[in-house]
Ligand binder design. Sequence first.
Ligand SMILES: NC(=O)c1ccc[n+]([C@@H]2O[C@H](COP(=O)([O-])OP(=O)(O)OC[C@H]3O[C@@H](n4cnc5c(N)ncnc54)[C@H](O)[C@@H]3O)[C@@H](O)[C@H]2O)c1
Length: 425
Amino acid sequence: MGQENRFQYDVAVVGLGRIGLPLALSFADRGLSVLGVDIDPARLEAVASGKLPFHEPGCEELLGRVRAAGQPQLSERVVDAAQARDIVITLGTPTFSHIEIDISQIRRALDDLMSYLQAGQLLVLRSTVAPGTTEFVAGYVHKRRGLLIDEELFVAHVPERIAAGRFLAEIDTLPCIVGGVGPASTRRAAALFSAFGAPIVETTPVQAELAKIWTNILRYTQFALPNLLMMDCERYGANVFEVIDLINRDYPRGGISNPGLTAGTCLRKDFAFSEERSNAPGMLLAVSRVHESVPLFLVEGIKRRIGSLSNRKVAVLGLAFKADTDDERDSLSHKLIRLLERELADVAVCDPLVATPTAPLAEAVRDAAAVVIATNHSCFRTAEALQTILTATAPGSLLVDPWNCFGQRCVFLPTASLAPLQPSR
Ligand SMILES: NC(=O)c1ccc[n+]([C@@H]2O[C@H](COP(=O)([O-])OP(=O)(O)OC[C@H]3O[C@@H](n4cnc5c(N)ncnc54)[C@H](O)[C@@H]3O)[C@@H](O)[C@H]2O)c1
């Protein structure tokens, strides 16, 4: 390890977003000297002042603890990452509308770093990437700099599979997949991530890439089935929750989950990383189309039951893409709101978790003709919330609860028929 003392930091984390920042703090908490890099000055200022720019349970306390030890050091210059022995890239990887990964953030960071990379360094892709991207990165650096991959420069993919809101619970327990472009790269990346003590599973880069995106494809596809069933049930006048119960009850071979608005920045795009070179083009696009049609299905369902929404108040509860997070990115709530506004409805929104200003629950639902539970936050799944909806909405109003938050087991239910809060299944 003698040569590694040449480096000023043990690890640099490039991109202090929802994935990078908790990771940088966790490395620092394990005693590594850490440089955090982000091009967003507002983000760096927030971190420097001890403020977590988003909600992730336990991370603000963790930030306070590592700051007291002078960690992490911060920079808005990507080149400074070259002062670290190990460089972990946690940049965004969106998709183009061309059904293709957009790796421009990674390309830009690599281009900035290129002249400064040194023999002995490890480059880890922690971002979610399309199959083949890690090999591309290794080849790109070799082509531009001539460094021998797996001998002078070590490159690996160590995908992030932790769910939002569970970072600190899972960083030291969830098996950590390590796919180096060669055995030495795998060893180096495994050594870095062994700081967390979770089981390390060694594999090839492409298998690591596939494992990550298919982890998300599996969830996206699984959630599409109850949503498609919900829409089928409407066609046949059936109750989706009763059908789900018939499917699942005491059946020993798996089951189907409840419907809901399924999206978010990962699920909505990671499937496209498979779709860009698919052997069955369109299959996963169809899964995506099912989810994307749920907001319109809900709007049409409301109109079928209570008529035109023009000049009528509709309350949307939840802006975040999933329960108990403040992350609104790629949430279908926004699409739902846009569609309701196109019906000339007066939309009121309540989400106490997100940064976007919204109304308190009682105000949002007051005199509403319909209330849509768009996000199944814990704060909505209470007897008090149900009581507020029951008492404050307009006569003849409709509750729309695809999540079965209130255990009423009905997607569209007149509030007059509401039963007391039932345990949801
Ligand atoms: N958010 C999740 O729950 C989650 C879960 C698993 C995997 N992932 C993957 O992790 C990656 C990061 O996701 P995220 O949600 O943390 O993204 P994010 O957008 O929250 O964070 C990216 C950060 O990188 C910064 N940045 C952009 N370009 C930069 C550059 N050239 N140099 C330095 N900093 C730069 C941005 O300012 C931002 O702070 C993505 O590939 C995503 O698919 C995310």
